[in-house]
Design a protein around this ligand. Sequence first.
Ligand code: ZN
Length: 101
Amino acid sequence: MNKTKIVLIGRKEDGNYFIKNYLEGDMNSGLPRYGPKPPNHPSIGEKCPACQKPFKEGNYTTLVVLGPGDDREAQEKFKTGRPYNAVAVEVHWACATGESI
Ligand SMILES: [Zn+2]
């Protein structure tokens, strides 16, 4: 399993999710798409948990949010619908969506 990352996730009044504090910054709706990866990106060489292939330069990826993890404060915020720090894993964009970009 590759390393998990922590992101701030919440829901806006219009129902869309937002994810902050990861690489390029704020995302407003749907899955965030990151890429193409530059050659010095820190996750290059880590294995994608969906297909077990390592991330390479030029890949597009996204974050799959797993939930609040074992952090009590994040669990409380999650239960009451407030933005919380979520545990997330990075996977290939194609592995998450079936799209071949
Ligand atoms: Zn993959």
